[in-house]
Design a protein. Structure first.
Length: 278
């Protein structure tokens, strides 16, 4: 057995032992709760006090800048899994159990959440509802974000029909295109308007986010129009990276790049299995 495998097994054993210790402590706490309502109340109060200071790290701009983009990109996944746990009426979960559901290590979960103050308590695990709510706040999902779609083609209409956005606080209020044939057609109750109406619409409505589903040769000019009219963030599906002022946030989404990544992983998997067969 090589050194890497030995280390992997040792870390696995340590993680298993830690999980066992946490479960033993949890059982002791549950027994104490069952014996006395007063003890249960004290334990709950202790948990609230512990949780009350956990957002301090994230509240600091200096600390926020130190958090890696990789951690930020994992937060929506935590949020999704916690939402599923809530739907299943799960009240508490350990990092070990959450790791099994998400197929990441428990230490990775603890490290990620420690960037924002922790959220967990040894022997108790994570309060699912509280953690779900707090991660939602970190992601900015505790407020409504009015948004528009610019480009009412197949992709634009598909995004307009995606009802999950509103459940996360993203409220679609307008759809725009240059094609007069599309004018007045309703997509999920919202009529498509012409681009010429866009400046007035943005002036009358407090739009935060614009979703761009335009050809790349139109995207830059449209981004400038949106920025001139006060847009704060752009979700860009055009096949071009947008450069914007520092006060305008852009998330560039290149679907073909994701597909190419999938292709690479598929090729690697096949190559590894060919090597194994040899």
């Amino acid at each position: 057995m090589n050194r890497e495998n030995v280390m992997r097994e040792a870390l696995s054993d340590l993680e298993a032992q830690r999980a066992n210790n946490i479960e033993t402590e949890r059982q002791r706490r549950e027994e104490a709760r069952a014996k006395s309502a007063e003890i249960a109340a004290l334990l709950d109060e202790r948990q609230k006090l512990f949780f009350s200071g956990m957002r301090g790290a994230f509240a600091s701009p200096e600390k926020a800048k130190q958090i890696s983009k990789a951690v930020i990109k994992r937060l929506p996944r935590y949020y999704r899994y916690l939402g599923e746990l809530l739907e299943d009426n799960v009240e508490r979960i350990s990092s070990n159990d959450l790791s099994k559901k998400m197929r990441v290590t428990a230490s990775q979960i603890r490290q990620d959440l420690n960037n924002f103050g922790g959220f967990g308590q040894q022997g108790y695990g994570y309060n699912v509802k509280y953690l779900y709510t707090e991660i939602g706040k970190i992601l900015g999902l505790d407020i409504v974000h009015p948004m528009i779609i610019v480009g009412a083609g197949n992709l634009g209409q598909a995004l307009a029909n995606y009802v999950e956005f509103e459940k996360r606080g993203f409220k679609l209020v307008g759809i725009f295109d240059v094609n007069p044939v599309l004018e007045g057609i309703a997509v999920r109750g919202i009529e498509i308007q012409m681009i010429s109406d866009l400046p007035f619409f943005m002036k009358e409505n407090n739009i935060e986010i614009a979703i761009l589903t335009l050809p790349k040769n139109k995207a830059r000019d449209m981004a400038e129009i949106l920025i001139e009219n006060g847009i704060k963030a752009i979700w860009n599906f055009a096949h071009i990276d947008l450069d914007t002022p520092d006060d305008v946030i852009v998330e560039n989404v290149h679907l073909s790049e994701s597909l190419m990544t999938l292709s690479y992983n598929l090729s690697q998997y096949r190559q590894e299995h060919i090597d194994d067969e040899k």
